[in-house]
Design a protein around this ligand. Structure first.
Ligand SMILES: O=C(CO)COP(=O)(O)O
Length: 138
């Protein structure tokens, strides 16, 4: 990921918000370098965990925030999407979720939908060419 390629977008469904906020706290230095955009509720939880992190919030996901971040991806303002999704709960705004993920695919930006993948991206961005999957058993 180029350092000038835009901000990192953080989005999490309710059941995953504390996990994403903890991830953000672990990777605060990286996030500070790039800048962070988040959907409203995710952003407020991330701010609690990382008070020093400058987080720009858009609307809440179900109220159009996912679409706003999708538009920012289209405008090349987002370098990567970290979206901790809840795969066990039906979402009233499922179409928005799909549209957001679709924009990440269409515009070919790094996109992590769970912690394991986000950790790998963070390690890659930190310049650690560590590809070993910790905890993976053969
Ligand atoms: O619903 C979301 C993503 O689909 C996230 O939105 P909030 O961060 O506002 O809860």
């Amino acid at each position: 990921m180029r350092p000038d390629a835009g901000r990192i977008a953080l989005v999490a469904h309710d059941a995953k918000k504390s996990a994403l906020a903890a991830w953000a706290a672990r990777n605060a230095a990286l996030l500070m370098r790039h800048g962070v955009v988040a959907t409203a509720t995710t952003g407020s939880v991330v701010r609690e965990f990382c008070p020093k992190l400058d987080v720009t919030c858009v609307a809440s996901g179900p109220l159009g925030g996912d679409q706003q971040i999708g538009a920012m991806i289209t405008e090349k303002k987002i370098a990567a999407l970290i979206f901790f999704a809840d795969a066990m709960t039906p979402m009233p705004h499922d179409v928005d979720v799909k549209a957001l993920l679709r924009m990440a695919i269409v515009h070919d930006i790094p996109c992590a939908t769970n912690r394991a993948t986000a950790d790998i991206l963070a390690r890659a961005w930190a310049g650690e060419a560590e590809t070993k999957l910790e905890g993976a058993t053969p």
